[in-house]
Design a protein around this ligand. Sequence first.
Ligand SMILES: Nc1nc2c(ncn2[C@@H]2O[C@H](COP(=O)(O)OP(=O)(O)O)[C@@H](O)[C@H]2O)c(=O)[nH]1
Ligand SMILES: [Mg+2]
Length: 262
Amino acid sequence: MQLANWRLVKELMRTVDAVLEVVDARDPQSTRSLRLERLAERQGLPVIIVMNKADLVPRNICEGWKKFFELREGLRAVYISARHRMGTRVLRKVLREEVSKSPLAAGVFGIPKVGKSTLINVLKGRHSASTSPYPGLPGYTKKAQVFRIGGNVYLVDTPGIVPPEGVGVEREIRLTPVDTLKNPVKAGIEVIKKVLSHNPKAFLEAYGIDSQTPEEILEFIARRRGLIYKKGGEPILQEAAKVVIRDYLDGKITFFVKPPRP
Ligand SMILES: Nc1nc2c(ncn2[C@@H]2O[C@H](COP(=O)(O)OP(=O)(O)O)[C@@H](O)[C@H]2O)c(=O)[nH]1
Ligand SMILES: [Mg+2]
């Protein structure tokens, strides 16, 4: 697992003209990094909020968040689905609008598991034929490749992995690989509670279990997947909890946090 590292983030930031801050469209507020945004501001770099995994969120909710970022936070925002290759044209357009410099290089930043690598691959894939070094960045290309993603827009192919902010489960599950979580059941239950508070049907949709009780949901998933102790036949809740956390991070569980009222 690649580690989040401010030093690398800063280094990457010095070499780009714009910051694409990827956040999770299901919960943009707790997957953004204010520290990253402040850092970019201090460097005079425009920040574009890229709400990814928008395939899991209704359009009007994405629009609401976009308005929130643009009207209240003064940041351009787009919503995309890297997985479904949706929204990347708008992203390129906004980049060009935000940075008058030409050519321009953008970097992809964000906390773990928001979809940075997926986005880079999608943008790169479509334009792999036009790969070329970015003019005017001597030395830099030794460390990272820069890809042309259309017009005079280039993308650095190394993501800036930002340490997750705040406290609570979101930070824990993004900072620690799932298999090394100290207490996966506790973390899993917190994830379930969070999701249920926004979408009571999420686990019915994802696993076919119609319950609002986290322990019951874990037990169901464990039994369904044959995650049971050989002796005694009890469900292995910690393995079920890992399934839930992985699926949550992998964008397989549908919920959304409502944007603040305008
Ligand atoms: N539903 C959904 N899942 C996505 C999307 N983009 C990425 N993912 C999933 O989110 C997980 C993390 O993606 P990854 O690109 O590795 O995130 P990174 O840690 O920010 O580089 C993976 O399981 C991806 O398949 C998307 O647009 N929609
Ligand atoms: Mg990655």
